[in-house]
Ligand binder design. Structure first.
Ligand SMILES: [Fe+2]
Length: 380
């Protein structure tokens, strides 16, 4: 081993069923006032707002609640949350929810300290100053946001996903308690896990991949291919998916995402397609597209999965077939038409997709406009 690499993760990770009960003691040292950030329904419907609040108040922490985060959070939502945080003079943020909530929590933590216009922090700006500490509690099994330095937000006017990035945004504490997944509908379990799978395969073949992110990615993919089907209808079997999504998060935190996320964003911003589902649409084709550039890695993945093959072509086909089979067995849509996309959107799709340079430039194979056109036509 002589490949130079840097690995850094500042998150204290607590994993296991029932660990949410430790929240009160965990947050003791973070301050006296917390802002609990959640979505609009889940936390309230299942009594988590009350249980989390009383657990924190039991430790002498005063809690304000911001429960207005929507799917794909907007600047406006983050600004509202940060106003509440600033007015309540909070010391730290607790994000309880899916990736949208945790991403919003990070941006709120930034605005509470730095103030100003949220748009001025969009990448290529890199956050380097400390923000309020974030405690992340993921309630889906895909985002990995509990350990990443990214906050993905939606610019509603431009209909575009933007990212705010920087190590200070990384949560200080992640509490991953698979018990919370028992409420997750089967479809969301599948879609979020496919997002985690996309994180893993993209980090694995990305230009920024490194030995440790490869390890996280390999194990993440193995677990999801093995357990997704069973866990989709058996809530008690979802612990391994929660673990896999953590691994996917650790992988992209080092290595970033690539062409799949770049292609998927349009479906979410223009058709409100779930982020994980949007990625999964392009997943099989992306494997074929990138295969020639990362053949050695695909063979290593196949070996890791315990698959047998005789030629490199056979290995690539086997990986693609496996992904397609898992998707089909779970009834995951496979084409754009079924998601409401119209054929004449192709030029807008190409234009919008080419704006996600951060993702496309991290892809092992150069992605041209013509390539994006072919992706659209093939999955239409
Ligand atoms: Fe993602």
């Amino acid at each position: 081993m002589s490949i130079p690499f840097t690995f850094y993760t500042p998150t204290k990770i607590l994993f296991g069923r029932g660990r949410l009960r430790e929240l009160g003691t965990l947050i003791n040292r973070l301050g006296d006032k917390a802002l609990l950030v959640t979505g609009r329904t889940f936390a309230r419907r299942y009594g988590y707002i009350e249980s989390l609040t009383s657990s924190m108040e039991g430790s002498g922490v005063k809690v304000s609640v911001f429960d207005s985060v929507e799917q794909n959070p907007s600047f406006e939502t983050v600004e509202l949350g940060s106003s509440l945080g600033k007015n309540s003079n909070v010391d730290f943020i607790v994000g309880f929810g899916g990736g949208s909530v945790i991403d919003a929590a990070k941006a709120i933590a930034l605005l509470c300290v730095k103030g100003g216009d949220l748009r001025s922090y969009i990448y290529p700006y890199v956050v380097e100053d400390e923000v309020l500490p974030v405690v992340a509690i993921p309630t889906t099994c895909g985002t990995g946001s509990e350990v990443t330095r990214y906050s993905l937000l939606s610019d509603l006017k431009a209909k575009r996903k933007v990212v705010i990035a920087g190590y200070p945004l990384t949560p200080k504490i992640a509490v991953i308690d698979p018990d919370v997944l028992k409420h997750l509908p089967a479809s969301l379990t599948v879609y979020t896990a496919l997002d985690a799978f996309s994180h893993a395969i993209e980090a694995y073949w990305s230009k920024s991949s490194q030995p440790l992110s490869d390890l996280f990615a390999l194990e993440c993919m193995k677990i999801i291919l093995r357990d997704l089907k069973g866990a989709s209808y058996k809530p008690e079997a979802r612990g391994s998916l929660h673990y896999a999504s953590l691994l996917g998060g650790l992988a992209i935190n080092c290595a970033g995402t690539t062409v799949i996320h770049g292609l998927g964003y349009y479906l979410t911003t223009h058709h409100e397609v779930h982020h994980g589902l949007a990625n999964s649409i392009f997943l099989p084709l992306a494997v074929i597209f990138n295969a020639s550039e990362v053949l050695d890695k695909i063979l290593r993945l196949l070996d890791y999965l315990g698959f047998e093959y005789e030629t490199a072509d056979e290995a690539v086909n086997k990986l693609v077939e496996t992904i397609v089979k898992v998707k089909n067995e779970l009834g995951v849509p496979t084409n754009l038409r079924s998601l409401g996309v119209k054929e004449d959107e192709i030029d807008v799709f190409i234009y919008e997709t080419m704006q996600y340079k951060r993702n496309l430039e991290n892809n092992p194979r150069v992605v041209s406009e013509e390539d994006v056109r072919r992706f659209f036509i093939k999955v239409f």
